[in-house]
Design a protein. Structure first.
Length: 106
């Protein structure tokens, strides 16, 4: 299972205490605290929106050219995977808080 930050989940998770929706796995207390603060709602905040913009801004011309060629589905899926990785990496840079031994339950 993968945490919302892209790291491997390590035994914690958030589930809304009243609604009992799906369990959201997390990798650390920092990520768990973020989910608790947001009550499981992972709509991007301003810091994350800025990180997405910073990750994608240098590639806007390439993205437009890529989609202008009407690419096949396989290429679109590959592009989406690349964009997801680039965005997750930039969000990690924006938060820049490493996971420490105290954050991990075991």
């Amino acid at each position: 299972m993968i945490c919302h930050c892209g790291h491997a989940a390590r035994g914690f998770g958030y589930q809304h205490p009243v609604l009992r929706g799906p369990r959201h796995p997390t990798c650390s207390m920092a990520c768990l605290d973020m989910l608790v603060e947001r009550q499981g709602d992972m709509i991007a905040n301003q810091t994350e929106l800025e990180a997405i913009e910073n990750a994608m801004r240098p590639h806007i011309a390439d993205v437009r050219a890529f989609f202008a060629t009407n690419p096949p589905d396989e290429d679109i899926l590959e592009w989406q995977a690349w964009a997801y990785d680039a965005i997750c990496d930039q969000i990690r840079v924006e938060y820049a808080k490493p996971v420490t031994a105290d954050d991990v339950p075991f």
